[in-house]
Ligand binder design. Structure first.
Ligand SMILES: [Mg+2]
Ligand SMILES: [Zn+2]
Length: 180
């Protein structure tokens, strides 16, 4: 199974997406997810989304963004097997809106999103890998003992690479590496 970050990995990094129209697939993201689908490798979105906790938009807006993501992927013949979102941010980091302004076990690099997906899909982690553009993604994999592909999209060009198993141009190269 592949644990795929959203912003800067599957979609363009544009900061907090206050408008649905701001969610735009990166050029080879659809091909990457379809590549996993065709090989029977579970594609799981694992994303930190603190915009609701910060009061930028309603929690339901995050769901609407993911409905658009699912629709855009479908246009390319691709689908996500699971969508796992951390909506939390502790108060000391700027979370102001209850019930999301709490510390949690699911905010990457914490393991909660992966653990919940593994339980829900009844899959084992032995061939799993993480793809992302930030230290939180690398930390997720390192903490769970999973290989991590750091992509050079999003923040990837300027992110510290310590802990990454491989550095690749984008998410298609990442999944072809991880699920080879
Ligand atoms: Mg990202
Ligand atoms: Zn969380």
């Amino acid at each position: 199974m592949a644990f795929l970050d959203r912003d800067g990995t599957l979609v363009e990094e544009r900061g907090y997406l206050r408008s649905i129209d701001d969610l735009v697939l990166l050029p080879r993201a659809g091909a990457a997810v379809r590549w996993l689908n065709e090989r029977g490798v579970a594609a799981v979105l694992t994303t930190n989304q603190s915009g609701a906790a910060r009061g930028f938009y309603a929690s339901s807006h995050i769901d609407a963004l993911h409905a658009r993501l699912v629709a855009l992927l479908a246009q390319e013949g691709a689908h996500l097997d699971d969508v796992r979102v951390c909506r939390h941010l502790p108060p000391e980091e700027g979370g102001v809106v209850s019930p999301f302004n709490v510390s949690c076990r699911c905010r990457k690099p914490g393991p909660g999103l992966v653990e919940d997906a593994v339980a829900a899909l009844d899959l084992d982690l032995s061939r799993a890998f993480v793809v992302g553009d930030k230290p939180a993604d690398v930390g997720l994999g390192v903490g769970l003992g999973l290989p991590v592909a750091l992509v050079l999209t999003g923040y990837g060009k300027t992110t510290a690479r310590v802990g990454a198993s491989v550095v690749v141009d984008d998410v298609l190269d990442a999944v072809m590496w991880g699920a080879a």
